[in-house]
Design a protein around this ligand. Structure first.
Ligand SMILES: *[C@@H]1O[C@H](CO)[C@@H](O)[C@H](O)[C@H]1NC(C)=O
Ligand SMILES: *[C@@H]1O[C@H](CO)[C@@H](O)[C@H](O)[C@H]1NC(C)=O
Ligand SMILES: *[C@@H]1O[C@H](CO)[C@@H](O)[C@H](O)[C@H]1NC(C)=O
Ligand SMILES: *[C@@H]1O[C@H](CO)[C@@H](O)[C@H](O)[C@H]1NC(C)=O
Ligand SMILES: *[C@@H]1O[C@H](CO)[C@@H](O)[C@H](O)[C@H]1NC(C)=O
Ligand SMILES: *[C@@H]1O[C@H](CO)[C@@H](O)[C@H](O)[C@H]1NC(C)=O
Ligand SMILES: *[C@@H]1O[C@H](CO)[C@@H](O)[C@H](O)[C@H]1NC(C)=O
Length: 504
């Protein structure tokens, strides 16, 4: 058994070695730009770098001893340099355990003023560094951000539970900042209005902290913003009407907060928006017609807003033809499932569970070409679930219709063909339509329903083949999205490795 693991492991190691050698080649490239004599670097810049790093990794770290030429022949993992006027300056500083030889933080890590003396710093990233909110909490230094206002383009503080307190208002001076990511830290307090001064911002991610209060309307002035993610905080109040100004936005995620009020009509201005996630809030007032304006929408998640209410029928769903994921579970929806929803040809996920929907589900839902999960459970749907048996067996538990007391299916009770047993095909938690319940039913009726089922299954075998062909054209999740992208790449890499292994 052990032997069978040999080849894949070997290949992984070979791949690792390959990528390592590639890495070292690219590192050497930088160093050879100015001969092997050692790159020139202002003494002040060099000292500032050593001291700034020492602030994070601890006093024991002797930079001048370990890395006498940090932008040249003794590069520091996580530090990048750029040439200005013939001298090297630090352009990027990445602290935290990304690679084995990365700069790891000491327990008493903190910001020092030396950090703000790095004249050409464009990127600052601190990952998994401040870890204990109780023993050694650290605040985002409020003093010298202005010193970096002409250079800093990207700030990322991620997974630092010990990074506490408020976002300092001085961060608003970073007028060249394009990306501000404060993800999974212990930050609290209201969001400063000064965030609205970061006019170059393309990406603002404040997810998974303890922020409270309203979303500052000033954020609506960030006219270059592509991604806004304030999910998993404790923000309250309504969505600002100023959000209508965020016409460039591609992704808006405000899920899992305490937001209330109704959906602003201005949302309809976001014509390039591909992701809207407002799930897990207290939004009310129903689905407004204006959401039809978000014509690029691929994913719309409003689930777990039990106060939303309203109906599906008010929306012309055909205007949202790019929709791939639509989750409206637990939103207090009433009324019927409109036929126009069966025109959403790219839909892969449709969640309508735990609402008060009534009527009979349109049979055409089962022939959505890309559908791979459909949840109708926990409603008040009635009548006959007129989906083919092949649909149920294809979907398995990714089809949900249980907890609809008056809904029934009409699949045959005995195996109708050798290939499929009807017992396995029947949708979970849905009872067969009762013959006795219908006064007009007779043994004759049962026979005819059986043969109808046979015919429909025959037709659907063909349909299934078609579906497989069509589904090749179905977009897959994570094509272009930034945060799905990395997952996609990992998968690609795994597939690559698997292919190589198979080849050998
Ligand atoms: C290399 O460094 C010297 C100073 O030591 C400087 O005059 C020269 O311009 C640099 N060359 C390049 C290609 O950066
Ligand atoms: C670092 O090491 C050098 C000699 O290798 C020494 O002169 C210097 O004082 C040390 N600096 C610190 C801060 O320990
Ligand atoms: C380059 O040097 C000139 C003159 O010494 C100075 O005015 C300019 O600000 C410097 N540029 C940078 C990017 O440091
Ligand atoms: C969130 O804020 C509300 C008041 O707006 C407060 O009642 C609640 O306890 C807060 N929840 C958390 C987890 O801080
Ligand atoms: C929307 O996207 C298109 C195509 O990517 C682009 O040309 C257009 O400028 C965008 N609109 C806004 C308001 O950014
Ligand atoms: C379900 O629908 C029936 C009539 O179709 C109605 O009498 C009943 O009140 C509804 N139940 C709920 C929970 O909406
Ligand atoms: C009962 O049968 C009649 C026709 O005989 C039909 O119109 C009616 O829809 C059936 N009811 C149910 C609940 O299937």
């Amino acid at each position: 058994m052990k032997m069978s693991f040999g080849p894949p492991l070997c290949f992984l190691i070979v791949l690792l070695l390959l990528s390592l050698s590639l890495l070292s080649v690219s590192c050497r490239g930088q160093e050879q730009e100015n001969g092997s004599s050692g790159a020139p670097m202002e003494r002040r810049e060099q000292e500032a770098l050593y001291s700034a790093i020492q602030g994070f990794v601890g006093r024991w770290w002797n930079g001048s001893d370990l890395y006498p030429d940090p932008c040249g022949w003794t590069p520091i993992q996580g530090v990048s340099c750029d040439l200005y006027n013939g001298s090297w300056y630090v352009s990027a500083l990445n602290i935290g355990p990304v690679y084995e030889n990365s700069l790891n933080c000491a327990q008493d890590a903190g910001f020092t003023h030396h950090l703000f003396e790095l004249k050409h710093l464009t990127t600052l990233s601190i990952y998994s560094c401040f870890l204990s909110p109780h023993q050694s909490p650290v605040r985002i230094s409020s003093f010298s951000w202005g010193a970096l206002s002409n250079t800093l383009e990207s700030v990322e503080f991620r997974s630092n539970p010990g990074l506490v307190g408020m976002i300092p208002t001085s961060i608003g001076s970073l007028k060249h900042l394009q990306s501000l990511i404060l993800l999974e830290n212990g930050l609290t307090g209201p969001l400063p209005l000064e965030l609205g001064n970061l006019i170059s911002l393309k990406r603002l991610v404040l997810s998974s902290n303890g922020f409270v209060g309203q979303i500052p309307p000033a954020l609506g002035g960030l006219s270059n913003l592509l991604i806004l993610d304030c999910s998993r905080n404790n923000l309250s109040g309504p969505l600002p009407l100023t959000f209508g100004g965020l016409t460039t936005l591609l992704k808006l995620d405000l899920s899992n907060n305490n937001l209330d009020g109704s959906l602003p009509r201005e949302l309809g201005n976001m014509r390039n928006l591909t992701l809207l996630d407002l799930g897990g809030n207290k939004i009310s007032g129903g689905l407004i017609e204006d959401i039809q304006g978000m014509v690029s929408l691929k994913e719309m998640v409003m689930s777990n807003n039990p106060t939303l209410r309203g109906e599906l029928a008010g929306i012309e769903w055909t205007n949202l033809e790019d929709l791939e994921v639509l989750d409206l579970s637990n939103t207090g929806l009433r009324g019927h499932i409109p036929e126009s929803m069966t025109q959403l040809k790219r839909l892969r996920f449709l969640g309508l569970s735990d609402n008060s929907l009534s009527g009979t589900p349109p049979p055409k839902l089962a022939s959505l070409p890309c559908i791979s999960a459909l949840y109708l459970n926990g409603n008040n749907l009635t009548g006959q679930l007129d989906f083919p048996g092949t649909f149920f067996s294809k979907m398995g538990r990714r089809f949900g219709a249980w907890n609809n007391p008056s809904l029934c299916h009409r699949l045959p009770l005995t195996p109708s063909s050798s290939s499929s047993s009807s017992g396995a095909d029947a949708p979970f938690g849905v009872r067969p339509c009762s013959r006795e319940g219908n006064a007009s039913s007779s043994s004759n009726h049962v026979g005819s329903s059986l043969s109808i089922a046979k015919i429909s299954e025959g037709r659907d075998d063909l349909h299934w083949d078609l579906q497989v062909e069509v589904s090749v054209g179905c977009p897959s999740r994570g094509g272009d999205g930034s945060w799905w992208g990395s997952r996609g790449k990992v998968t690609m890499a795994l597939v690559g490795v698997a292919l190589i292994v198979v080849f050998v």
